[in-house]
Ligand binder design. Structure first.
Ligand SMILES: *Cc1c(COP(=O)(O)O)cnc(C)c1O
Length: 386
């Protein structure tokens, strides 16, 4: 969360005064309807569906692509565990691929991991950094694979001028508290594909879309049993205000990141970026020559973290995946389904990724730092290095 204030308070007040808190209403406000329209316009996409979480958006997208038991989906070794769980949640098997020195999915290793079962790739734009979408899309086209962009941490970023989340067949945003814009919790599915939209919409709220209003009026898809990831008018009203703040947040993040890089560049190296202009600017990642140097710098306690040790963002910490516990009920567990081929997940299966993550240190950028505060932060880091 970066910025929130009076505008969001007024938006919530407006919804509460209307007494129309449910998503599908015939009333005056229709916050969700307007919010989805504003997302479509902002990101130049045909369909946007607001949901309860980024994970819900990933699951609905995969379901919309028709992915399930028997299928493999390639995910990066460095991403939040939810990316891999979303694959398991639809009955498929996540195949873990290496990252490269940009810390994003390595298109070369993706190609290595493709089998006759592979159906999709999920590139993840981690910490606001864009993936190499040229490389990923090229591999996907060559092997006829779907692409689902996990842009949960990169709302507002771009690659070669095109918004992240709009390259592949579908994209997922998260609006949980830790993301660039937030409503506490929330997510969105973005797609230009009518089938993914229709199936994704049914999947995200199968009990309501079929019954309320005319949401399925010109649908080709028949209703099926799915889940309940429906949003509400308060979340949508907050997100409409957050969306107005997005450009300002990202441009101030970029400005402060650049200032900090300028001050640090005589002393530190940074990781390479797939697109410096499209980077959201929320993270500056220092590159050290060895894991020992990175650790020694972290131990100075100047507010940097080693990405190898963040908890649930590296595959070797994804306990339910590594232990193949895929569902509450054994018959619904993709790791036990005859249709699936279950890989060996070992803690060192993507050692190259771990080695890269051990040599880096992340530091967070604040869009509201003044020039003096950036200079102070730079001095603190330079002093710690000496
Ligand atoms: C936050 C996040 C998610 C999940 O989003 P929720 O809204 O918390 O469900 C998925 N992938 C990545 C990379 C994330 O950072």
């Amino acid at each position: 969360m970066f910025r929130i204030g009076q505008e969001e308070i007024k938006a919530v007040e407006r919804v509460i005064n209307s007494k129309e808190l449910f998503k599908i209403n015939s009333g005056t406000l229709q916050e969700t309807y307007h919010c989805e329209k504003e997302f479509r316009e902002k990101f130049n996409i045909s369909h946007a569906v607001l949901m309860t979480s980024g994970n819900a958006a990933l699951m609905s997208a995969l379901a919309g692509m028709g992915i399930g038991p028997g299928d493999e989906v390639i995910v990066p070794a460095y991403t939040y565990i939810a990316t891999a769980i979303s694959v398991v949640s639809v009955g498929a098997i996540p195949i873990i691929a290496e990252i490269d020195e940009t810390l994003m999915l390595d298109p070369k290793d993706v190609e290595q991991k493709i089998t006759e079962r592979t159906k999709a790739i999920i590139p993840v734009h981690m910490m606001g950094y864009p993936c190499n979408m040229d490389g990923i899309m090229k591999v996907a086209k060559k092997h006829n694979l779907k692409v689902l962009e996990d842009a949960c941490q990169a709302v507002g970023g771009s690659f070669r001028g095109k918004p992240l989340g709009t390259f592949g067949d579908a994209g997922a945003f998260s609006f949980n508290f830790y993301k660039i814009i937030t409503a506490g919790e929330g997510g969105a599915l973005l797609t230009n594909d009518k089938t993914i939209f229709e199936k994704g919409l049914i999947y995200h709220d199968s009990s309501a879309v079929a019954y309320f209003g005319n949401q399925m009026e010109d649908f080709s898809e028949e209703p099926f049993c799915g889940y309940e990831f429906r949003t509400n008018e308060i979340t949508a009203a907050i997100l409409r205000e957050q969306l107005k703040r997005l450009d300002g947040i990202v441009s101030d993040l970029r400005k402060n990141k650049q200032r900090l890089m300028d001050a640090l560049s005589p002393y530190f190296k940074f990781i390479p970026s797939n697109d410096k202009e499209g980077d959201c600017g929320m993270t500056l990642t220092l590159q050290f020559d060895s894991a020992e140097e990175a650790q020694a710098f972290r131990d100075k306690n100047v507010g940097v973290s080693i990405p190898a040790f963040t908890g649930k963002h590296v595959y070797n910490n994804w306990t339910p995946i590594l232990h193949k516990r895929g569902a509450a009920h054994p018959l619904m567990d993709p790791f036990k389904m005859a249709a699936n081929r279950v890989p060996d997940y070992t803690e060192d299966m993507c050692q190259k990724s771990i080695d890269i993550l051990l040599t880096c240190a992340h530091l967070s950028i604040n869009p509201d730092w003044t020039e003096e505060q950036v200079a102070e932060r730079a001095k603190q880091l330079i002093d710690a290095l000496k």
